[in-house]
Design a protein around this ligand. Structure first.
Ligand code: ATP
Ligand code: MG
Ligand code: MG
Ligand code: MG
Length: 587
């Protein structure tokens, strides 16, 4: 590619609204441009990176035995009603009507579509297992789109879905995907840590993992042990090393809705029954202060009280970072008979007999989160263990400033490791670039995806889902690979491998040497960008460093003698070598 023709407009200054270094550099280097909040155009260099990421993902998915297909982004609302997620998903789901006023949604994820497809096409265990995937644009009307490609509203995801006739089969494909993910991130040059996430009702060890690219800008917190290999997301660390606990939450923003309450709970019975709060109708309660006033308790007792036994059943309130006023969930830990998804407070109160308050927008999660840790330390309710509350997707740093949770962090950070108890928990920031999850029969039950097993009996398909944020990976790579001068792409995902920089395009010897090198390398399959612009050397070098192509060859005054300067973008050390040596180094 000749740079004279390349559409990659660079900016000298950081755009005012760029909050993350990856965002700033991708804009400045002309890789992306914003169209609307959380919606981006990939310019030619950015598109090349994205396609390379895609290709690596595709190769590893194919190698793991998954088959690629492509599903529609536009999905009939009926399908979402069938799964029950049409109401649960909340404002993140982009809804639209066609000209006949039929309701549709733009897919934030594809469990519904794929489950319906498999339901209609697969009737026998002989056709199982099967794993299908796509690489496709997803739509989520994120509450806070930000950091460029890290949290977009339209973004590229690889989503895979496995269908099995046995739980052992699910286990096999789950770990195969886990391995494939580790390979993908390593190939892309990303420093990624798989962490245990809080899985929910499926139970069993390792039933969900998130892959976290370590980066300070990351919106997630990872807790890892100083002694053993334990690593989990913060939520899991709070919840402890549970095995068969229920998923209390539906992060409407994830593809993991709460699972049916069909597992025995290991909620520890409280040693003594705490005072029962009055049954409450609190439609006007909007804040924690109002709630605690209504309950007649201190804020520090909030969690304690809400997990109190009500009619002999412990209940808890879930607080989400981006919950709307009516998105509170109360969950019955015991018995497993009732499980409530998002419902209005009155319904919850009626069903559970529990006190229900409305917790308002984001900031209000703060005292609850802090108090959760406090309550854990002081609570007699569940013997001081950690199972008496569960806060999911309330994310320190993302949903409220970290300063406000210093108490909380201290408590957790000084905790012994839940696995080995010898080390203590360390905290790091991470970007969730991938997520593997055992879904079980949640969707196949809801959508009736049954097959006939070997005994001729109808049985629900056992599913897993596996996501990778392909466009998010691009920004995550920039967070991990940059310096003061610009981007520093890992070779495998770089837009080009080599950047040839003739110092003066008016110098015939230089241009001839540069052209010849360009031809030679290109013929060998090396991807080369040739800066044939008539620009000052300073401008060329600045742009080259900003683009971050891994190898630079400066063709200057000694070109006539067959001598050039070779520079690896990463090491930034210049070597004066012959053109032949340069070719050797590159190939
Ligand atoms: P997050 O916790 O960051 O909101 P999520 O848990 O909602 O992500 P999943 O439903 O697990 O996301 O989707 C699979 C993958 O898609 C994520 O691991 C992430 O890499 C990517 N992803 C999710 N939301 C976005 C987004 N808004 N922009 C870019 N990538 C995203
Ligand atoms: Mg989300
Ligand atoms: Mg997540
Ligand atoms: Mg996720």
């Amino acid at each position: 590619m000749r740079q004279n023709h390349l559409f990659a407009p660079t900016l000298r200054e950081a755009p005012a609204d760029s909050e993350a270094i990856s965002h700033e550099l991708l804009l400045r280097a002309g890789f992306i441009r914003q169209l609307a909040s959380g919606i981006y155009t990939y310019l030619p260099l950015g598109w090349r990176v994205l396609r390379k990421l895609e290709r690596i993902v595709r190769e590893e998915m194919d190698a793991a035995g998954a088959q690629e297909l492509l599903m529609p982004a536009m999905q009939p609302a009926e399908l979402w009603q069938e799964s029950g997620r049409y109401s649960v998903y909340g404002p993140e789901l982009i809804r639209l009507n066609d000209r006949h006023d039929r309701a549709f949604a733009l897919g934030p994820t594809h469990e519904e579509v794929i489950t319906a497809l498999v339901r209609d096409e697969i009737q026998s265990y002989r056709k199982l297992p099967i794993t299908l995937y796509q690489i496709q644009t997803k739509f989520r009307d994120e509450r806070r789109p930000r950091f460029g490609l890290l949290r977009g509203r339209e973004f590229l995801m690889k989503d895979a879905y496995s269908f099995d006739s046995s739980w052992e089969g699910l286990d096999r494909i789950y770990w195969r995907m886990y391995e494939a993910y580790a390979t993908i991130f390593a190939r892309c040059g990303l420093n990624v840590r798989p962490v245990e996430a809080d899985a929910g009702a499926i139970g069993g060890e390792g039933s969900t993992h998130e892959f976290m690219a370590l980066a300070d800008i990351g919106e997630d917190t990872i807790a890892s042990c100083t002694h053993c290999d334990y690593a989990s997301n913060l939520e899991k660390a709070i919840a402890g090393d549970r095995d068969a606990s229920d998923d209390l939450s539906s992060d409407a923003s994830t593809s993991q809705p709460p699972l049916p309450d069909d597992e025995p709970s290991n909620f520890a019975a409280p040693p003594s029954q705490p005072p029962q709060p009055e049954k409450l109708h609190t439609p006007d309660i909007r804040t924690i202060d109002q709630l605690t006033a209504a309950l007649g308790i201190e804020a520090s007792e909030l969690i304690k009280t809400i997990v109190a036994l009500v009619d002999g059943k412990p209940v808890a309130v879930l607080v989400r970072g981006d919950h709307e006023v009516n998105e509170i969930k109360v969950r019955n830990y015991l018995g497993g008979a009732e499980s409530f998804e998002m419902a209005d407070a009155e319904t919850i109160a009626t069903l559970t007999g529990a006190p229900v308050g409305f917790l308002g927008p984001t900031g209000l999660a703060i005292p609850v989160l802090v108090d959760a840790a406090v309550a854990r330390m002081s609570s007699g309710i569940a013997g001081g263990n950690e199972r008496d509350y569960h806060l999911r997707n309330v994310c320190p740093g993302r949903d409220f400033p970290l300063d406000n949770v210093s108490d909380f962090r201290n408590v957790i950070e000084h905790d012994p490791c839940p696995r080995c108890a010898e080390g203590t928990l360390d905290f790091h920031r991470g970007i969730e670039v991938g997520h593997v999850f055992k879904l079980g029969t949640k969707y196949s039950d809801k959508l009736g995806a049954k097959f006939l097993n070997a005994a001729g009996q109808p049985q629900a398909a056992i599913m897993g889902c596996y996501g990778i944020g392909v466009s998010r990976m691009m920004s995550a790579a920039c967070e991990q690979h940059h310096d003061d001068n610009g981007l520093v792409w890992p070779l495998a995902i770089a837009p080009y491998h080599v950047h040839i920089l003739p110092v003066s395009v008016k110098d015939e010897a230089q241009m001839q040497a540069a052209e010849q090198l360009y031809e030679t390398l290109t013929r060998q399959g090396v991807e080369v960008l040739l800066d044939d612009r008539d620009e000052r050397p300073g401008v060329k070098f600045k742009d080259a460093d900003l683009y971050g192509i891994p190898m630079q060859v400066v063709v200057g005054k000694q070109a006539g003698e067959g001598i050039v300067e070779f520079k690896s973008r990463e090491q930034a050390v210049k070597n004066t070598i012959t053109i032949e040596e340069a070719i050797d180094r590159i190939m």
